[in-house]
Ligand binder design. Structure first.
Ligand code: NOS
Ligand code: ZN
Length: 434
C-alpha cells in the first residue's frame, strides 16, 4: 500500500468513547452520526476493534521546521540559546529546508495524534506546501522580528504582507494565515501596532510569545513602565484572535486582562521546564479570568519532539507540582486544552467528537500496554500513553494515518536528513569564510 483509500463517507466501526462502544459515521469531512446504528454503507470502512477514540489534538504553539534543529543546542539559558546558537543557524535556512522540516514535523504530529498546529516561522509559503500535502490543518504566521530597527521593520512588514497574501491565495480552508509578532523583546511598539492593525484588516489571528521569562517582564517594565500583556494590549495585540505562547510570568491582573479580551494562552510545559523559566503558566488564574487555555509543544529545539500526548502529561504534572495542588488540571481538563480549547484558539471548528463537528478523530491501540487495563480511557490518554499508542488519525474526514501507516514516510525522513546536513554544512562554510 502506498496510499490510504479515501472517501466522501467513512464508517468507523466499534470504537470506545467514554464508557460506550459505538460506531462513527463521517460525511463530507464532518461527523454525521455517533452511536449504535449509524447506517451500514460507506465508501471507506475502518474496523476499530474497540480502539479508544479521541478528538484530534491541536498543537497551539510550535515552530514546525525547527525539527531540523532537534538536538543541535540543548541545556542552555533562553537568551544565550537563541542569540548564540539558534538565530545564527536559522540565518542559513532556505525555503526548501522549511518545506522539508515542516513535512517532518507533520509526520511526527500525525504519528502522535495531532491534526492541527499553530506555527510561527520563516518561509511560510513553503510550510503551507508541506501542510497541504500532509492533509493537516494549520494556522501559519511569519515570525515578525524588527529588533527595534526601522529598516528591518519595513522588511518584516513586506514579508508578512507577502506571506499572508500567498496563504490566502491558496484558498485551502485547512490552512489559515496569521500575523506573528515574535515577542515584546524583539518587536518595537510600532511593529506591534502594525501587526495588530494588519491582522484586524485581514481578519486573521495573532500568534505571539508572551511573558516567557522573568527577565522579559523586568526588562519590559524598565523600558516601558508596562508589563508585557499591557504593552501588547496598548498596541492592539490582545483580542479573541490572539494565541499567546508560554504566559509563564503572568500576574493576576495580566490574567484578568487576557480574560477580559477573550485571548488564548498556550501552555508549553516541556519547553518551559527545559529552558528553566522557573514558573508555570497560572492555569487556574487564567481559567478563572475567562481566558482560553490551550496546549502547545513549542519547536523541536526546546522540546525536542512534537508529541502532544507527552505535552498533556507534562502539563498536568507541572501544574500540580509548581502550584502545589494534587487536584489542579485533572485529566479531562488537560484533554480539553489539547483538543476543543486548541481548536477554539485557532478559530477552527473541531476538537470535539460530536455530530456536526469537523471529523478530527484519533484512534488509540486498545491493546497497548499503556492502555491496559482500560479503567479510564481519558486517564490513560493523559497519564499513561504517549503518541506511539496512536494507530489511526483522521483530519476533516481525510485519513492521514491508518494502522500506523503514513504515506511517503521514508521520503520525508530522507528529505529531512538531507536538509539538516545541508543547513549545518552551509553554516560551517560561512564560519570558515569569516
Ligand atoms: O521558546 C522560545 N522563545 C522565543 N523564541 C523562540 C522560542 N522557540 C523558538 N523561538 C524562535 O522564534 C522564532 C520564530 O519565528 C525563531 O527564530 C525561533 O528560533
Ligand atoms: Zn516558541
Amino acid at each position: 500500500m502506498t496510499e490510504i483509500p479515501q472517501g466522501e463517507s467513512v464508517l468507523i466501526r466499534d470504537v470506545e468513547i467514554g464508557r460506550a462502544r459505538v460506531n462513527i459515521r463521517v460525511e463530507g469531512g464532518r461527523i454525521a452520526a455517533i452511536g449504535a446504528d449509524v447506517g451500514g454503507e460507506a465508501a471507506v470502512v475502518i474496523e476499530g476493534g474497540g480502539a479508544v477514540a479521541l478528538p484530534g489534538l491541536y498543537n497551539t504553539h510550535t515552530h514546525a521546521a525547527m525539527t531540523l534543529l532537534r538536538g543541535y543546542a540543548d541545556d542552555m539559558p533562553l537568551q544565550d540559546w537563541l542569540s548564540t546558537k539558534i538565530w545564527p543557524l536559522e540565518a542559513h535556512l532556505t525555503g526548501e529546508d522549511v518545506y522539508r522540516g515542516t513535512k517532518l514535523a507533520c509526520l511526527e504530529m500525525i504519528r502522535s495524534g495531532t491534526v492541527a498546529f499553530n506555527d510561527m516561522y520563516f518561509f511560510m509559503e513553503d510550510a503551507a506546501r508541506a501542510v497541504d500535502e500532509m492533509g493537516m490543518k494549520a494556522q501559519l504566521a511569519y515570525g515578525f522580528i524588527d529588533l527595534f530597527d526601522e529598516e528591518k521593520r519595513e522588511k518584516e512588514i513586506k514579508a508578512t504582507e507577502k506571506t499572508v497574501a500567498a496563504i490566502k491565495r491558496r484558498g485551502n480552508p485547512r490552512i489559515r494565515a496569521a500575523v506573528g509578532p515574535h515577542a515584546v523583546y524583539t518587536v518595537s511598539p510600532e511593529g506591534l501596532r502594525w501587526c495588530a492593525e494588519f491582522s484586524r484588516q485581514q481578519n486573521i489571528g495573532i500568534h505571539v510569545h508572551l511573558s516567557e521569562t522573568e527577565g522579559e517582564v523586568k526588562d519590559c517594565i524598565e523600558k516601558t513602565g508596562m508589563r508585557p500583556p499591557t504593552l501588547l494590549d496598548k498596541c492592539g495585540c490582545i483580542n479573541p484572535r490572539t494565541v499567546a505562547a508560554h504566559c509563564c510570568w503572568l500576574d493576576t491582573a495580566d490574567c484578568t486582562l487576557l480574560g477580559d479580551r477573550g485571548a488564548h494562552a498556550s501552555h508549553n510545559p516541556t519547553s518551559n521546564m527545559k529552558l528553566a523559566v522557573h514558573r508555570a503558566m497560572p492555569y487556574a488564574w487564567l481559567k478563572d479570568a475567562g481566558a482560553g487555555v490551550c496546549l502547545g509543544t513549542d519547536g523541536c529545539a526546546s522540546n525536542n519532539n512534537q508529541d502532544m500526548f507527552e505535552e498533556m502529561k507534562f502539563a498536568a504534572l507541572l501544574q500540580k507540582f509548581f502550584w502545589n495542588s494534587q487536584t489542579l488540571l485533572p485529566a479531562e481538563q488537560t484533554l480539553a486544552m489539547a483538543t476543543a480549547n486548541g481548536a477554539a484558539a485557532m478559530g477552527f471548528d473541531g476538537g470535539r467528537l460530536e455530530k456536526g463537528a469537523a471529523a478530527d478523530i484519533v484512534l488509540l491501540d486498545r491493546n497497548a500496554a499503556c492502555n491496559t487495563p482500560l479503567h479510564n480511557p481519558v486517564s490513560n490518554a493523559v497519564y499513561s500513553c504517549n503518541g506511539s499508542a496512536v494507530t489511526t488519525v483522521i483530519c476533516n474526514g481525510r485519513i492521514l494515518m491508518q494502522d500506523r501507516f503514513v504515506p511517503g514516510e521514508e521520503e520525508i525522513l530522507a528529505g529531512a536528513r538531507t536538509a539538516a546536513a545541508g543547513l549545518l554544512a552551509r553554516a560551517a562554510e560561512s564560519q570558515t569564510e569569516e
